[in-house]
Design a protein around this ligand. Structure first.
Ligand SMILES: [Zn+2]
Length: 160
C-alpha cells in the first residue's frame, strides 16, 4: 500500500479589483447574469458567464420548476447553450456567482457535481484547460482547470 496525496491549486482574491481586467469583466458578467434566474422556490439566484475561445460571451442563470428535477443550474444553461450554438468552439473561462434573495453571497458558490462533470467533458473535448472563477463578495476563487474542482474525473481516470 502506498499513501498518496492530491494537490489542488487555486488563486484567491478578496475583491474584483485584485483580478486582471479579463477575469474581472467575466466575474461581473456572472453577477449580472443572475438577473436571468428563475428561482421562485429556492430564492437562490445563480449567474454564469462563459467566455468562449472565439471571444463570445455566453450567460446563463438557474431555472427552477415546480417539478423540481426539471430545473437546471446556471452553469449548465450557459454551457449547453454555448455547445448548441457554437459547436466545437472551446470554452476558455466559466465564472459563477450565487445570490441569496438577490444579494451576492459572501462566499463563492461552488458548482454541483453534475455541473463539474459537464465542465470536465467540455474541457476534455476542447483539449485545453477550462478556467473556473467562483465569485463571492468577500472571496473569489480561480481554478486553472476543472481537474482541480473534480479530481479523478470520470472518463479520464488513470491509476498510476
Ligand atoms: Zn449544477
Amino acid at each position: 500500500m502506498i499513501n498518496k496525496e492530491f494537490l489542488i491549486k487555486y488563486e484567491e482574491f478578496s475583491s474584483l479589483q485584485e483580478m486582471n481586467e479579463k477575469d474581472r469583466a467575466l466575474a461581473q458578467a456572472a453577477i449580472d447574469a443572475a438577473k436571468g434566474s428563475y428561482s421562485p422556490y429556492s430564492h437562490f439566484q445563480v449567474g454564469a458567464a462563459l467566455l468562449l475561445e472565439n471571444g463570445v460571451l455566453v450567460k446563463g442563470a438557474n431555472q427552477e420548476n415546480a417539478a423540481y428535477p426539471a430545473g437546471l443550474c446556471a452553469e449548465r444553461t450557459a454551457m449547453f447553450w454555448a455547445g448548441a450554438n457554437y459547436p466545437g468552439v472551446p470554452f476558455d473561462t466559466l465564472a459563477v456567482a450565487g445570490h441569496d434573495h438577490g444579494v451576492l453571497c459572501e462566499s463563492p458558490s461552488s458548482p454541483c457535481g453534475g455541473c463539474r462533470q459537464v465542465m470536465a467533458e467540455y474541457q476534455k473535448k476542447a483539449g485545453r484547460p477550462l478556467n473556473v472563477i467562483l465569485v463571492g463578495s468577500r472571496r473569489i476563487l480561480k481554478f486553472r482547470q476543472v481537474d482541480d474542482l473534480l479530481p479523478f474525473i470520470f472518463a479520464s481516470l488513470k491509476v498510476e
